[in-house]
Design a protein around this ligand. Structure first.
Ligand code: ATP
Ligand code: MG
Length: 352
């Protein structure tokens, strides 16, 4: 007996996305099903090109269809349509931007910018359309880390973000290239952040990563109040002092109703560039502990590695410059987890 379209869909309904807890048919991931004799072709459309379970889902879908009685050949095309955590097509601010991800911390200098930059590069290399917005009022250094120099082009009163490593880049430094006022007062900070959100021509993006200044000050507040955030990533180092402040930042974003994507522990351990030995300079495991205490996801740890700093200093982020290095793989893992978490948030909100 020849297989039917219904047989194929029934088989695919047995393939579950473990992250979203539903099957691929219910999630509208299956498209263009064609059955001709014993030949089946279909498209599997994932929720993000940075899908952490990509290979597993693809293999499971192919196997399910191949297992339908009468099926002789399976042609599976794959693609992705990123889920959105905001009403991007109608939005007044950041129209066309599906997801805004903020990178925050309690303490300064814990590696937010480094994470924001490498996360952006990893997401972009998965095939997603990505931008990075440097909202650090105290020391906007994303352009340096991304290797962007010179003032950006301005067209029809809008800043055209330069593209570096496949990522669109805009920074407060573009608007305030003189040494920033030592003390930024609230209204000034809010105005500057709003300027970045409204006066940059971001175009259509799957992900906009926002690098925030440390703490829970005006920049974070303005951002959270101006655009619905897909989620926030809290960066901490393993030391007790950083952890306490990270917990406070977490609590503030929770109060603002911003989804918490999770906690990342940076500078968790040191990998000797000579012998490869792993040393825990600070007590590790703190990030995991506060994540568990606060009931949020723990997204993993990033080593303290010379290559990470050197690449950033050179304006050539390790995630983009050396994509097969151990360091880049750590960021890729993080990027995939973040993309997966956002799909979950988006799915819960059903703003696809
Ligand atoms: N995992 C890492 N391994 C090695 N160096 C790192 C790592 N993460 C960050 N650094 C380095 O630590 C310094 C501080 O990092 P970064 O600027 O990303 O922190 P930040 O949290 O954004 O700081 P600020 O609060 O000032 O904005 C930089 O010189 C950066 O290259
Ligand atoms: Mg920074």
């Amino acid at each position: 007996m020849m297989p039917t379209r219904e047989d194929v869909l029934r088989a695919l309904a047995g393939v579950k996305d473990p992250e979203l807890g539903k099957d691929v048919v219910a999630l509208h991931m299956v498209d263009e099903v064609e059955v001709v004799g014993g030949k089946v072709s279909f498209k599997l459309n994932l929720t993000t090109p940075a899908c952490p379970l990509r290979t597993r889902l693809e293999e499971a879908a192919r196997a399910a269809v191949a297992g339908v009685p009468g099926v002789e050949a399976v042609e599976m095309r794959t693609g992705s349509t990123v889920y959105a955590t905001r009403d991007y097509s109608e939005a007044e601010v950041l129209r066309g931007v599906k997801n805004v991800i903020a990178v925050a911390s309690g303490k300064g200098g814990v590696g937010k910018s480094t994470i924001a930059v490498n996360l952006s590069c990893s997401l972009a290399s998965s095939g997603a359309r990505v931008g990075i917005l440097d909202a650090d009022v105290y020391g906007p250094n994303v352009p340096l880390m991304m290797g962007v120099t010179g003032p950006p082009e301005v067209k029809d009163d809008k800043v055209v973000p330069p593209v570096a490593h496949g990522v669109k880049v805009a920074s407060l430094g573009f608007f305030y290239n003189e040494a920033a006022p030592v003390i930024w007062r609230g209204p000034l900070v809010a105005g500057a952040v709003r300027q970045l959100l409204t006066q940059v021509e971001w175009g259509d993006l799957d992900y906009l990563v926002v690098d925030l200044p440390p703490g829970t000050g005006d920049a974070s507040l303005t951002l959270a109040q101006t655009v619905p955030l897909g989620g926030i990533l809290i960066v901490t180092t393993p030391q007790e002092a950083a952890l306490n402040i990270a917990a406070k930042a977490l609590a503030m974003f929770k109060r603002l109703n911003v989804p918490i994507l999770g906690v990342v522990e940076n500078m968790s351990y040191f990998v000797c560039p000579h012998c490869g030995e792993r040393t825990e300079i600070f007590a590790s495991g703190g990030g995991k502990k506060i994540a568990a205490e606060r009931g949020v996801e723990y997204l993993g740890e990033i080593p303290l590695a010379v290559a990470i700093r050197e690449h950033s200093d050179r304006g050539d982020p390790v995630a983009s410059a050396a994509p097969d290095s151990a360091e880049a793989l750590v960021y890729r893992d993080l990027a995939y987890k973040v993309a997966g978490m956002l799909s979950i948030v988006a799915f819960a909100q059903s703003k696809r």
